[in-house]
Ligand binder design. Structure first.
Ligand code: ADP
Ligand code: MG
Length: 614
């Protein structure tokens, strides 16, 4: 038989290698920025068009390249950064594989302009799909400019796979942040579609963080400094009261290189133990310096993962120095020791049986309360004693029908609120009356109560959703056929932002792809026919809310869902439903006002009534 093995042509090999190095425009951004830093640039400019799909350009004032180096830089395994395998363990540069430029040139239209300090003229090279189209002498400032156009132009499958511009820009901004945070001593400017998105002058670390994340960040930062033989730590952690629901502001840099480490992240988490509200994450901006010989950064092609020789020691040092800083900067007083720790204990700690502290004073997700029979969830079955059933319930979700939940709610509804006239309850006679399908009239010890049914029910649902989202365990009803809903890219972006909270409130998303959302489960309180209206309402609520740093997606979501689902004015209610509503309202944390701060009920005492009859 004839020989069948052939060597792949270079451009094919480069395209394959490109798949590893370049996943999306943000990967190009990272590689080009890192090259500029390795070239000792002091000012780096990043120019982006269409989320990098049309153009990624990096201009630096670094040392530039000679004519020969300029040409060689696009060859595979061409690097000026290591000479022998041993050098890998002494790395002080970002690059070392010599793959980035070759890979990028294999899948894009690339133009390089570069000039070294003492030369009069520089070199310009145009390369496209690994083929050099032109090389010429050019007048250009000292340093290097590389523009990468039409990424994946020759791999349509990859190009189509790119996400929306919003998502791709997010990735680019993330990379930009990482590089800029690791190098506060370098100026960075970023332009997107012609407008300046960031202008970061050379500064100290704190200023760099503030310049990126906003002036308000300044007061949140607690410095961390530690110098030991094996590890030097510098940087900041965020005060616990500013902890976020998202993990956005968590940065580790090891020897000036951004890394991800679940293990070290855990060390921070444990230093913050007891200080954070459940479901929130500490922010941190920490620079770790270790001997390069004790780490291996070569284990991942995109180089955000790292192997440490002695992880356990690093963990312990990191944990104790963060703890120390939190203690030293007097973080403790934000804690509230007066509350009943049993009631407040978050689930994760309850499982471990250890005491813990709830920082949020206004909201207790574990308080038992009644819910209207119409819109109930299975949650009310939970009591402090059967935590386990929550988890079981989650697994078996979908097998129960809405009907089951209705029954559950009626059985368990045995609330005796002391605010109500006890005589009435003994006699078991009708204690509520619906007036004009708008108000519910009831008696209390001191007199009479008038409740706005729509506002009251909003309050009940609002607290219920908030509770579910906080403890992240809501019951879903599985849909027989997944719902397919279409949204604009901008709306999809919003849904993606809210996805986690929506899931915690009981939505199950099968896919969110392109402009299509497939939903296979909804909260038990949401009728299938209303899902699309509810989501639209939610999106418009989010769009109309002025986004600022205090903007809480969870709160907004709970409000919006409550508004959509609450019993409307004009809806007639059975006696049972009226009673449920009244009971549920007074089991709320803040029964007096609706989620939008409107009065939910008024009272009139017997005295006041008597006065009217003089
Ligand atoms: P690596 O960074 O792993 O060495 P790259 O493909 O990213 O590989 O770059 C290849 C080489 O091209 C680098 O080693 C460097 O010598 C040179 N180079 C790339 N970008 C620049 C730049 N902005 N300024 C100066 N030299 C550069
Ligand atoms: Mg490189």
């Amino acid at each position: 038989m004839a020989d069948i093995i052939q060597l792949l042509p270079d451009h094919v090999a480069n395209q394959i290698a490109a798949g590893e190095v370049v996943q999306r425009p943000a990967s190009v951004v990272k590689e080009l920025l890192e090259n500029a830093i390795d070239a000792s640039a002091t000012i780096i400019k990043l120019i982006i068009k269409d989320a990098g799909k049309t153009l990624v350009q990096v201009i630096d004032d670094g040392k530039g390249m000679s004519v020969t180096d300029a040409r060689l830089s696009f060859e595979r395994h061409a690097t000026s950064k290591i000479r022998t395998a041993d050098d890998l363990f002494q790395l002080n540069t970002k690059g070392f594989r010599g793959e980035a430029l070759a890979s990028i040139a294999a899948i894009a239209h690339v133009e390089l302009k570069t000039k070294q300090e003492n030369e009069d003229v520089g070199t310009r090279i145009e390369i496209e799909g690994s083929t050099v189209n032109s090389q010429e002498v050019v007048v250009t400032p000292k340093g290097t400019s590389i523009s990468v156009k039409n990424l994946f132009y020759n791999i349509p499958a990859r190009r189509n796979f790119l996400k929306s511009n919003t998502v791709e820009s997010r990735h680019i901004i993330d990379e930009f942040h990482r590089v800029a945070l690791a190098h506060p001593n370098i100026s960075f400017v970023m332009f997107h579609n012609g407008s300046e998105s960031f202008n970061l002058p050379e500064s100290n670390y704190r200023q760099r963080i503030v310049n990126i994340f906003g002036t308000k960040t300044n007061e949140k930062l607690v410095p961390v400094d530690e110098d030991t033989e094996v590890l030097k730590i510098s940087g900041f952690v965020g005060k616990p009261e500013f902890a976020k629901k998202t993990r956005g502001e968590q940065f580790f840099f090891v020897n000036d290189r951004f890394i991800k480490s679940a293990y070290l992240n855990h060390a921070i988490g444990s230093a913050f133990e007891g200080l954070l509200k459940d479901g929130t994450h500490a922010s941190y901006f920490l620079n770790l310096t270790v001997n390069p010989q004790t780490i291996d950064i070569n284990i991942h092609p995109t180089k955000t993962e790292i192997k440490f020789n002695d992880e356990h020691t690093l963990y312990a040092i990191l944990r104790s120095s963060v703890k120390h800083s939190l203690g030293q900067f007097n973080i403790a007083p934000v804690l509230d020791f007066e509350r009943d720790a049993n009631l407040d204990t978050p689930y994760s700690y309850q499982q471990k049986g250890s005491p813990s502290i709830e920082v949020d004073r206004s909201f207790n997700p574990f308080q038992e309360k009644q819910i209207s029979g119409k819109q109930t969830t299975a949650f009310k079955k939970q009591t402090a004693g059967n935590w386990d059933s929550l988890y079981v319930g989650l697994e078996s979700k979908g097998t129960q029908t809405q009907q089951d939940f209705k029954e559950v709610s009626f059985e368990s509804d045995t609330k005796n609120e002391s605010i109500f006239d006890n005589d009435n309850q003994v006699e078991q006679k009708q204690s509520t009356y619906q007036f004009r399908n708008k108000y519910i009239v009831s008696t209390i010890k001191s007199g009479m109560l008038l409740i706005d049914q729509h506002r009251a029910h909003q309050r009940v649902l609002y607290e219920d959703f908030l509770k579910n989202m906080t403890i992240k365990e809501a019951m879903s009803q599985q849909l027989l056929f997944p719902l397919q809903l279409h949204f604009s890219p901008q709306e999809i972006e919003i849904i993606n932002q809210l996805k986690t909270d929506l899931e915690h409130s009981g939505f199950i998303f099968q896919t969110i792809k392109g402009e299509l959302v497939e939903i296979s489960g909804v909260p038990v309180s949401v009728p299938e026919s209303e899902v699309s209206i509810i989501l639209e309402q939610l999106i418009s609520d989010v769009e109309n809310e002025v986004p600022d740093s205090n903007f809480s997606a969870t709160d907004l979501l709970a409000k919006s869902l409550a508004k959509s689902l609450a019993i409307k004015t004009g809806q007639s209610l059975t006696i049972m439903e009226q009673e449920h509503l009244v009971n549920s309202l007074f089991a709320c944390k803040e029964p007096n006002v609706s989620p939008t701060n409107r009065t939910t009920f008024v009272t009139m005492t017997v005295d006041e009534l008597d006065k009217k009859f003089v």
